[in-house]
Design a protein. Structure first.
Length: 294
């Protein structure tokens, strides 16, 4: 089917903004031109893509399917343009990484420092998201590579380039508030205490809930947050027992202790992944070389 790329471009802007007027501003064309382009595309595809009303615009099921395919294509074109521009002026082109706040702070910083020292003219961009969110960014072609926790139910094994770190998770508490330092307790006993975890969108929370389910136990956290640092802070003031990756423990965590459990906590990994359906940039290849391999 021969459809002008510009029609898909207009569709993308309307679909992501859910506004004909906003799309016209982004594209620097009139709103009527936007409307006409969408009508033309719908006619060629022989089905409606949007549900229009006076108050809002919504995607039809067909529109959602089309956006799922158009968005990665638009992002791929943008990445290609950026790479060509940057490579002409800077050498390698921009390095764009997707990673969580925790992985950025506790794992990636030394390697970003090495890369910047080796390639000072290459711009580095980091987009923060949960590990499942990072997979979505990679699938859509919005980042060059991601560094995430694994297992990750959203991540296809074919995306993984290398395992860069192994770690275990730990329960931590303040001994002044929880007198468990000399004890070894079961998961069932642990449920009697206030448990602090990351929110359910995170792979860490998913891992912990699945672990309890494997022992026929339901976990109901007292607090769910989006930051491991905040979990540590709350554990420090005695609000509960926090579940965090062990690589988050630092000297500042000295007053906290690791709660020993009767059940073994399986180890997990940090992995670096690329989208195998997209070309790997030279800057990505160079950064991957700096990362260790377990």
């Amino acid at each position: 089917m021969d459809i002008n790329y510009e029609l898909y471009k207009v569709f993308y802007h309307v679909a992501t903004s859910l506004s004909f007027s906003e799309a016209s501003k982004q594209l620097y064309i009139s709103q009527s031109a936007v409307s006409q382009s969408i009508k033309t595309l719908e006619k060629k595809l022989e089905q409606p893509l949007f549900i229009r009303s006076t108050k809002r615009v919504q995607l039809t099921p067909a529109g959602k399917v089309l956006l799922k395919h158009i968005e990665p294509a638009i992002n791929l074109i943008r990445r290609g343009e950026t790479q060509l521009f940057d490579s002409g002026s800077l050498g390698l082109g921009q390095l764009h990484i997707g990673a969580s706040d925790t992985i950025c702070r506790y794992f990636l910083v030394p390697y970003l420092k090495q890369f910047h020292k080796k390639f000072p003219n290459v711009p580095i961009k980091v987009t923060n998201a949960t590990s499942p969110g990072c997979v979505e960014l990679l699938t859509q072609g919005k980042v060059d590579l991601i560094v995430t926790n694994f297992p990750n139910s959203n991540l296809n094994h074919s995306y993984i380039q290398k395992i860069v770190c192994s770690f275990t998770d730990v329960f931590i508490a303040n001994p002044a508030h929880f007198h468990l330092k000399q004890q070894e307790i079961s998961f069932a006993e642990l449920r009697q205490y206030p448990i602090l975890t990351l929110d359910r969108k995170s792979t860490t929370s998913e891992f912990l809930h699945n672990l309890f389910l494997q022992h026929q136990l339901e976990l109901i956290p007292q607090v769910e947050l989006s930051s491991n640092d905040l979990l540590i802070d709350l554990a420090r003031i005695g609000l509960g027992i926090a579940f965090i990756p062990d690589y988050c423990l630092t000297r500042e965590s000295g007053e906290l202790f690791i709660v020993k459990t009767k059940e073994t906590l399986p180890s997990r990994e940090i992995v670096a992944s690329v989208n195998p359906t997209l070309p790997v940039t030279q800057s990505t290849e160079e950064f991957l070389k700096l990362l260790p391999e377990v």
